[in-house]
Design a protein around this ligand. Structure first.
Ligand code: HEM
Length: 415
């Protein structure tokens, strides 16, 4: 009897085709190679929910200190003062310091500001029948919120943009002026199209820290400028300017691209499943659960790399110390051993624990903020645009080994 042979099982996080089709490749990994070895790129990978979760929890075996992005990993530990790339005790102490800015009260206090930023970003599209949801909204909201979290004054990005625009003004008709004066481009060129906060913002950090030392408030820059860090040797000392900038860059980097990808997935998945969107239109209390399902279904950051500290047995194979292990949290979220009918997108699904924010010691410190941004963005999108349509032949992917999703999602709206 003739059998249909499947192509050889191959996975790496760099192949664009695999990246687009990742859930299907991950399904084969879970079934056929729950411990996968890639010789070409020299890594191991686990893909089942239980294995990924166990890997995230076992921080003595699976270390972050050599980097958590495959191509950045080195034999030597990272010298960078960013706690995502550190292990205990440094990690614990550095995380403790900044966690003061992520208390439920601090994050809840941003709700009105986030709603106002959404208004400002979405108002220009009233009556417009088509715009790019990620480029014009999803990628701009998160870095603007991060500036608020850090404690940059409201309107800071706009002021900075205006001063840069007047310095860089190019007469109409010349190409340089087009971006500076283009309508619907708030808060402007201090945040680039990929949602990265530009260096003009970081340049302001030392001066703002000086201001906070003189007049402390309760924002993150005050915490970074005025609190002492407990060092691993038991001493305490204020953060250096380099450390403050590293914290700022980490928060900006980790909290912008990921939320932008989540919002892109929200737009696409709800357009693909109009019956699910109708449930949210009819009952807004379903939105927080819908955000969890969007995160589970399409993890914005689906691959976390670790350094194997000592020999460890996984599925009957000994992985030697000094190996690189990929924890495929995006795959764990689609594991039928954990989630019934995992490839069904269901905003009413009861989810105990998905892996999109990681787990254990490195659990995403910005998870509550991401959830708040997702809820407000979705509420406002549903309020304003009702139904929308996405022609998926027009979307553009972002291909990096840290995030997975879209760079551009043009949506057709029926105001
Ligand atoms: C939907 C949005 C987000 C997703 C999917 C996401 C995902 C993740 C994941 C998977 C990790 C664990 C990394 C690891 O285990 O190595 C993580 C850690 C982290 N995230 Fe997020 N994140 C999001 C939003 C944010 C936001 C809004 C911020 C800050 C404003 C943030 C800041 C961080 C930081 C600082 C860490 C490092 C925590 C540590 O090492 O202790 N993230 N995030």
């Amino acid at each position: 009897m003739a059998t249909t042979e499947l192509p050889e099982l191959y996975y790496d996080p760099y192949d664009y085709g695999i990246d687009r089709n990742a859930p299907a490749v991950w399904a084969r990994l879970r079934d056929e190679a729950p411990l996968y070895r890639n010789d070409e790129h020299d890594f191991w990978a686990v893909s089942r929910y239980d294995d990924v979760l166990a890997g995230m929890l076992d921080v003595d075996t699976y270390r972050s200190g050599h980097g958590t992005v495959l191509e950045m990993m080195t034999e030597r530990e990272f010298p960078m003062p960013m706690f995502i790339f550190r292990d205990a005790p440094d990690h614990t102490l550095m995380r403790k310091l900044v966690s003061r800015a992520f208390t439920p009260r601090a994050i809840g206090g941003l709700e009105d500001r986030i709603a106002a930023i959404c208004d400002e970003l979405l108002d220009p599209f009233a009556g417009v029948d088509r715009f790019d949801y990620v480029d014009r909204f999803g990628a701009i909201l998160p870095p603007t919120v991060i500036l608020a979290l850090l404690g940059f004054p409201a309107g800071f990005a706009e002021d900075l943009r205006d001063s840069m625009d007047s310095n860089l003004h190019v007469d109409e008709g010349e190409t340089g002026g087009a971006l500076a004066t283009s309508p619907n481009r708030p808060p402007g060129s201090v945040i680039d199209e990929a949602g990265n906060i530009g260096s003009a913002v970081f340049d302001q950090v030392p001066a703002l820290c000086e201001l906070r030392r003189a007049e402390p408030t309760d924002d993150m820059l005050t915490i970074l400028a005025t609190h002492e860090l407990e060092r691993a040797d038991g001493s305490t000392s204020p953060l250096t300017t380099e450390e403050i900038l590293a914290y700022t860059a980490l928060i900006a980097g980790a909290g912008a691209e990921t939320v932008a990808r989540m919002l892109g997935w929200a737009a696409v998945l709800l357009a693909r499943h109009p019956e699910q969107r109708a449930l949210l239109q009819a009952d807004r209390s379903l939105i927080p659960g819908a955000i969890e399902e969007i995160l589970r279904y399409e993890a914005p950051s689906p691959v976390q790399a670790r350094w194997v500290e000592h020999d460890v047995d996984v599925h009957g194979t000994t992985i030697p110390a000094g190996s690189k292990m990929l924890l495929l949290n995006g795959s764990g979220n689609r594991d039928p051993r954990q989630f019934p009918d995992p490839d069904r997108f269901d905003v009413r699904r009861k989810i105990d624990r998905h892996l999109s924010f990681g787990y254990g010691a490195h659990f995403c410190i910005g998870a509550a903020l991401a959830r708040l941004e997702g809820r407000i963005a979705l509420e406002q999108t549903l309020d304003r645009f009702g139904d929308w349509h996405v022609d998926e032949s027009e979307v553009e992917w972002v291909h990096t080994s840290t995030v997975r999703g879209y760079h551009r999602v043009p949506i057709q709206v029926s105001n």
